[in-house]
Ligand binder design. Sequence first.
Ligand code: NAP
Length: 281
Amino acid sequence: MILVTGATGTVGRELVRVLAAWGEQVRAVTRDLAKATFPDGVEAVRADFDEPATLKDAARGADAIFMLSAPGPWIPRNDAAVVAAARAAGVRRVVKLSAIGTGDHPEDRDWHLAGERALKGSGLAWTILRPSSFASNTLSWADAIRAGQPVPNTMGDGRQGVVDPADVAEVAARALVSSEHDGRTYTLTGPEAISVPQMAETLGTVVGRPVRTVPLSLDEYRERLTEAGLDPAFVTTAVEGSRLVASGGNERVTDDVERVLGRPPRSFADWAGAHRAAFAG
Ligand SMILES: NC(=O)c1ccc[n+]([C@@H]2O[C@H](COP(=O)([O-])OP(=O)(O)OC[C@H]3O[C@@H](n4cnc5c(N)ncnc54)[C@H](OP(=O)(O)O)[C@@H]3O)[C@@H](O)[C@H]2O)c1
C-alpha cells in the first residue's frame, strides 16, 4: 500500500491517479476530507504534518510513502515528521519531492536540504526527486491572459528546464513501486530550457492571440508578495529564485525523466495545449 502526502496538490493528485490506474493500493492524505475527491478505490485519510500522531496513524500498513510538503520554510519540520512516522510504522521506502538546486543555496533558504539529509540518514530505502520549475506555475498568469493583459516577468530572458508536473508524478510512481530507483537522486526537467517570454509566446499560439510580458523588477516583486501577506522567508526565497533564473543560474536540462520513463519528457507546448481551457476561458 502506498501513502501519498500532498495528494490534493499539483503533483500528488496526478500521482494518485497514476497509481490507482496501475491497480496499486493507494491511501491519500488530506487535511480536509470533505473537500477532497479521489478516484474510485483510493482510501482517503485525514492527516496533518503539524499533528504527528495523525501521520503515524496514516502510515500504518504502508509499504511506501510519497513525501510532499507545500513550499515554505516549514518543509524541514514536515519532512522530519513524515520520516519519523515512516520509521514508526515500519514503512520500507520513502520517495521525497525535493527541488532542483538543493544543496546549492545558502542553508537558511535551502528548504529541502534538511529533509533530504533526514531521509538519507533514516535507514529507509529512499529516492529523491529534484524537479525544475513546473509548467503549471504559469496558471498564475491565466486571469491576465484571459483578460488580454500582459504577464509579469521577474526573470528576464533567463531560461529553465520547465517540467510537466505529470512527468514528475509518473517518475514518482515508478520509484514508489520498484526497488530499481532506491538510493537515486533525479533532477527532473523538461526537454529544453525556456524563458518567460518563450512560454508567453507558446501560450499565445495556444490561445490564438499574442501574450505579452511586462518586466517586473525584483523590488516590485518583493513588495507585491509582501503585500499579499506571504511569509517573509517565502518572499526572500521567491525573489532570490527569480534572481538566479535571470542570471542563467537554473539553465539546466537533464535526461533523467527519459531514463526513468523510457520516453522523452513532455514539452511546455504539450502542457500548454493540454491546459488551453484555463488560458482561453
Ligand atoms: N512549483 C514548482 O515550480 C516546484 C519546482 C520544484 C519543486 N517544487 C516543490 O513541490 C512541492 C509542492 O508540490 P505541489 O505544487 O504539488 O503542491 P501543492 O499543489 O502546493 O499542494 C500542497 C499539498 O500539501 C498539502 N498540505 C499542505 N499543508 C499540509 C499540512 N499541514 N499537512 C498535510 N498536508 C498539507 C495539501 O493538502 P490539503 O490542503 O488537501 O491538506 C496539498 O495537497 C514543494 O515542496 C516545492 O518546493 C515545486
